[in-house]
Design a protein around this ligand. Structure first.
Ligand code: IVH
Length: 663
């Protein structure tokens, strides 16, 4: 008695959460288990069955905000079969009740079990007049206006349709629409829908039909209520009538001879499940003959002539052991829940994504929590919600680490996303940052494609972008598979050629968050050199039209990160020229820059060149030292050149110098 009473209380609460509030707290599988146990106990102790037990009715009370509609014929629900054995048992029961032998074959109709919201549509003289949700099975909510916004619900049936037709079906949200809506909600910082069913239910039960209209809901009809004028004799004929009248019926409906064919149908549908653009949670098997249906009858909660033969559940609950932070190839930090292993959707999962900090905070997931996890189709497993009642004492809210867990660089935040700022060397982002760096519109290193990058990274030759100029040598390449003299020469040639990029390309190549090609061009024009750009603080950047606070912070953080500065230094000493933007050459363009001339120039005398540098704010040195930023090498450059080379100084030719000074 104590257990029955506890179960009823719990099930009633879940009914309310599921049917009235559209926000369930437990996975369907758990609800089924509770219901099962209650049914079992009530079967063993029939005296304890009361009229208000959840086994004796379907749902809970509808919300008062909508008008109500009483169903002419109650909308009952289906009993479940969770395994093949239970499906066979259902078939055996049907035959027993009909006085048939085990060898006899029952004709079933197999239908996909849509995971959405059951509705009834009433057509009078072919016109859609009223539509309702299932509600508690007896009385539903009047959602006529909202149903009218569903494109696949005809407002008028085809000619010759019955004078009165009540159609029943499942309204659902296609998966692509569901993902799109959640993406938009994520961007707006709104709570995400846990699954397409909740999204569909939430949409139909909107008080404002405009909101419903903006959601591309769809429907498949699967049954009739009252019909006047036509008397189908099989379920399949009922479906034909629905179709003929202009209503949508699922194309995977199939006539099946015997339970073995029905089990096969279930398995085929399950195998197909992930390729469909809507969510299925099982196959419904219905006795085809309406006469047999009448003979079998209905028990309070469900018909004896049909069963929902479920697929393996895609939601379960488990415990969060800890929360780790993963770094994606774009540098985005993703909190991941490490779980006690649990079997969901046919596989064991041990990790589930928590998306981003906003989502963790909204769901308030903490290590030690019991959570509902979901695995939907090809989608990575995710944590849906926390069962707060099961939270142990002394849990701590999750915090994002201040440093990248992979490389230790500082972490920055743009909108909901945290990301690592050590893009030039972070191993998690390595392949992606090299790919971007070498790409056509960045450094344009011809022949350094994705496959090669992969090979070089795996071989340990590339640990940051500067290694392209340090470690990709004929010596090193010779030892790698598929590299021949000619291909090596070609690659080394294009690497050499890329060493003097236009400033805007170099800036773009660094892969600073928020700095695309356009922004890189803007920065090059405005600041004229990497060094100038590096000196800027956020305010200085914000003064530039088009640079917003997020990009400004991202740029400052990038150049503040010592790991990035090391890579920049390494690029320089490997011979990459950090050029100066032509257009930016004006008063002060060379400010702080030290030049040294060696060899003969063709368009200037040595003094003219020195004057030019000084007039642009630069300085001309007379001896080689670490202080020199650019060594301009003319014809027959002498010992200064060799010394500069030894010191690893940046050496440019006359042509490059002319570009810098705008001559
Ligand atoms: S028949 C008397 N057919 O599943 C039979 N139901 O648990 C009533 N559902 O409330 C239902 N697809 O929301 C039926 N092909 C289908 C279905 C289907 C989905 C839903 C429906 C119903 C619930 C039954």
């Amino acid at each position: 008695m104590a257990e029955i009473s506890r179960l009823r209380g719990e099930i009633n609460r879940h009914n309310y959460l599921y049917y009235v509030l559209d926000s369930p707290e437990v996975p369907d599988a758990e609800y089924d288990r509770l219901m099962r146990r209650l049914e079992e106990l009530e079967a063993a102790f029939p005296d304890l069955v009361t009229p208000d037990s959840p086994t004796q009715r379907v749902g809970a009370k509808p919300l008062a905000a909508f008008g109500t509609i009483k169903h002419t014929i109650p909308m009952i629900s289906l009993a479940n079969a969770l395994t093949r054995d239970e499906a066979l048992e259902f078939d055996a029961r049907v035959k027993r009740q009909l006085g048939l032998g085990p060898e006899d074959k029952i004709e079933y109709v197999g239908e996909p079990k849509m995971d959405g919201l059951a509705v009834e549509l009433i057509y009078e003289d072919g016109v859609f007049v009223r539509g309702s949700t299932r509600g508690d099975g007896e009385v539903g909510e009047d959602v006529t206006q909202n149903l009218k916004t569903v494109r696949s619900i005809p407002l008028r049936l085809t000619k010759n349709a019955p004078r009165l037709l009540e159609a029943r079906g499942e309204v659902f949200l296609p998966l692509d629409a569901f993902r799109k809506i959640n993406r938009e909600r994520e961007e707006r910082g709104e709570p995400l829908f846990a699954n397409p069913r909740n999204a569909a239910a939430g949409s139909i039960r909107q008080l404002d039909p405009k909101v419903t209209a903006a959601r591309p809901l769809d429907i498949f009809c699967y049954g009739l209520g009252v019909v006047e004028g036509v008397v189908p004799s099989t379920h399949l004929e009922s479906l034909e009538l629905l179709k003929k009248s202009g209503l949508r019926v699922n194309p995977f409906v199939k006539l099946l001879h015997g339970i073995e064919a029905a089990v096969e149908y279930h398995d085929e549908l399950e195998a197909r499940r992930d390729s469909l653009n809507y969510e299925l949670d099982g196959a419904v098997l219905k006795v085809n003959s309406l006469d047999l249906q009448r003979r079998l009858g209905v028990i309070t909660r469900s018909p004896r002539w049909a069963i929902a033969y479920k697929f393996v559940p895609k939601q379960e609950w488990t415990r969060v052991i800890r929360i780790e932070v993963g770094v994606g190839r774009t540098g985005a930090l993703t909190p991941v829940a490490i779980l006690e292993p649990v079997f969901v959707g046919g596989v064991t999962i041990e990790r589930a994504t928590l998306h981003n900090l906003d989502e963790v905070e909204r769901k308030d997931v903490r290590p030690g929590d019991t959570v509902i996890v979901q695995r939907a189709g090809d989608v990575i497993p995710e944590v849906l919600e926390v069962i707060m009642a099961k939270r142990p004492p002394n849990t701590e809210p999750f915090r994002m680490p201040p440093a990248c867990p992979v490389c230790g660089a500082a972490v920055d935040r743009v909108k909901a996303i945290h990301y690592c700022t050590g893009g030039l060397q972070c191993p998690a982002q390595l392949k992606e940052s090299i790919r971007h760096f070498a790409s056509k519109r960045a450094m344009d290193i011809e022949g350094l494609g994705d496959k090669h990058i992969e090979q070089f990274v795996e071989a340990g030759l590339l640990k940051d972008v500067a290694d392209i100029f340090v470690n990709l040598t004929a010596e090193n390449l010779k030892n790698l598979a598929k590299w021949k003299d000619k291909s090596i020469a070609n690659l080394l040639g294009s690497i050499e050629k890329s060493k003097q990029p236009a400033l805007e390309r170099l800036i773009y190549a660094l892969g600073i968050k928020g700095v695309g090609e356009h922004m890189a061009r803007l920065l090059a024009k405005r600041f004229g050199s990497i060094e100038k750009l590096m000196e800027m603080d956020e305010q200085g950047l914000l003064n530039v039209h088009e640079i917003g606070p997020e990009t400004a912070r991202s740029i400052v953080d990038f150049f503040r990160e010592p790991r990035n500065l090391d890579v920049l230094e390494k690029l320089k000493s490997a011979g990459v020229v950090f050029g100066i933007e032509e257009g930016a050459a004006g008063k002060g363009a060379l400010s702080g820059k030290v030049f040294l001339f060696t060899g003969a120039l063709s368009s200037f005398t040595r003094d003219e060149a020195k004057d030019l540098v000084e007039s642009l704010g630069g300085e001309a040195a007379s001896s080689v030292s670490k202080k020199v930023d650019f060594v301009v090498a003319g014809e027959e450059a002498g010992s200064k050149y060799d010394k500069a080379k030894k010191l690893g100084l940046t050496i440019i030719n006359e042509e490059q110098f002319r570009k810098m000074v705008g001559r």
